[in-house]
Design a binder for this molecule. Structure first.
Ligand SMILES: [Zn+2]
Length: 471
């Protein structure tokens, strides 16, 4: 409400609208943020982000520093400390204590609206003070959460992007499963172009590496960006100009480009006087037909859970890689309709782990020949090695983004625990004379099962039946 009323004030200039906007400032949330205190634990996450966006708007319209501090501290905490590797945050829609981050890998992580709103807030912060830190976050959320949240087969959208190892994505339906994340989702996938370029009076910021064409009427400039990024690690900018114009072209030098960015103007290498996590600038008089070639070598890297160095995610450049765990046991899984995967409808599977020192994981990940952004682990996966692909390309199978890394001794103990559980199951089976397969019509009929007022469901891939009230 504070945002929409502030926007109304911006349009009408009526101070009443600003006064009412401020009435909606939520002081219980704003006061600690203004003091630089994170009191977000337990709060409904996506209720807070729009309040921070409202504060950003109020800052822009009043210049009051308190609003600036609220919005930027909120962004710092959520983007840098409360987000998973994909740039999304929240488990079951709520903020949780980051000291226990790795306990929050549920089936209902990262509501998609939240990242929609965080990207919106990021644009405000970037407009106040351009920084690669904010745009690096934007890119992370855009490729690894937003792009990963739409089913290319149907156009339907995710509510949550579940990060529970072995979970799978579920999508909306056109008429019956229609949530907040469908509303923001329809905007999400129409907004890929809106943050590629920013400008001030004398500079053009190239924030994102997306094939696109920009027209800057005031300068008589058209910039065409030609790239298959992230499937290639380069992009080309071609400038069309009515007459020569002097301006600084500022190209984001992402923090992940640790092995060095290169720039060439009209085929000639330019010095890059910048480091990863900043903007590299070429200022000159540009002429019609000038080209700039940007190369951003990508490397593999690990990011660990903040509270557990042995729970890790893999990235290649800006792209989060997910292990493709296949579709086994998903015959009854509902991929369209539920807002979160009903994991009970899928038989549990063993989630592969890496057995080695954390420092050795990357050396065992090899590119799959001829397949951009596809990798394979070699020799460290237990019980088997896995294929890794961008999370934004996994739509049907189960997957995992986070991996446990065990020492050989820890793995032996984990295996022994699993074997003991299997032994107990077999012993029960051996002593069983007969069994009714609940909710299997034939088995129930064979055993003359009768009931009224009963209902059935799934748990860990098996069916159950229960008596409801009066049944
Ligand atoms: Zn939502």
């Amino acid at each position: 409400m504070n945002e929409v009323l502030a926007n109304s004030y911006a349009v009408t200039g009526d101070p009443e609208h600003l006064r009412v906007a401020k009435k909606f400032d939520h002081r219980a949330v704003f006061d600690p943020l203004a003091r630089g205190e994170d009191s977000l634990n337990g709060l409904h996450a996506n209720t807070q982000i729009p309040k921070a966006i409202g504060a950003a708007r109020e800052y822009e319209l009043t210049g009051e520093k308190r609003y600036h501090d609220i919005a930027s501290f909120f962004w710092q905490r959520v983007a840098k400390h409360r987000s998973y590797v994909i740039g999304g945050h929240s488990d079951g829609e709520h903020f949780f204590p980051v000291e226990n981050f790795s306990k929050y890998l549920g089936a209902s992580t990262t509501e998609t609206c939240n990242t929609y709103n965080m990207l919106k807030l990021t644009r405000h912060l970037f407009a106040w003070e351009p920084s690669a830190e904010t745009m690096d976050f934007y890119e992370r959320g855009l490729y690894n959460h937003i792009l990963a949240s739409q089913d290319p087969a149907t156009g339907m959208m995710c509510y949550y992007v579940p990060l529970r190892p072995g979970a799978f994505k579920t999508f909306s339906t056109p008429e019956e499963s229609f949530w907040c994340c469908v509303g923001t989702g329809m905007e999400n996938h129409a907004k890929y172009p809106d943050t590629i370029y920013f400008h001030d009076a004398q500079s053009l910021y190239v924030n994102l590496f997306v094939a696109s064409e920009l027209t800057w009427k005031g300068k008589g400039l058209v910039v065409r960006q030609e790239t298959r990024f992230p499937e290639e690690d380069a992009t080309r900018l071609v400038l069309k100009l009515q007459k020569p114009v002097r301006l600084a072209l500022r190209v984001r030098y992402p923090s992940w480009a640790q092995s060095g960015m290169t720039l060439a103007t009209n085929g000639k290498r330019e010095p890059v006087n910048a480091s990863p996590g900043s903007y590299a600038s070429i200022e000159r008089e540009w002429k019609n037909g000038d080209t700039v070639d940007v190369r951003l070598p990508m490397t593999l890297r690990l990011e660990a859970m903040p509270d557990d160095p042995k729970t890790v995610a893999l990235l290649y450049g800006p792209i989060v890689l997910a292990g493709d765990l296949g579709k086994e046991g998903m015959e009854d899984a509902k991929r369209y309709g539920p807002s979160a995967p009903q994991l009970g409808r899928a038989r549990p599977i063993a989630i592969p782990a890496f057995v080695c020192d954390v420092k050795e994981v990357l050396a065992s990940v090899k590119p799959a020949p001829g397949a951009p952004l596809k990798f394979q682990t070699r020799g460290v996966g237990r019980p088997r090695d896995v294929s890794l692909v961008p999370l934004y390309r996994v739509f049907e199978p189960r997957y995992t983004v986070y991996w446990k890394v065990y020492s050989p001794a820890e793995w032996e103990k984990t295996k022994a625990d699993l074997a003991a559980a299997e032994g107990r199951r077999k012993e029960i089976e051996r002593r069983t004379v007969d069994a009714v397969n609940i909710s299997e019509p034939r088995s129930e009929r064979d055993h003359n099962l009768q009931g009224e007022g009963t209902n059935e469901g799934f748990f860990e891939g098996r069916k159950w039946r229960a008596a409801s009230k009066g049944g």
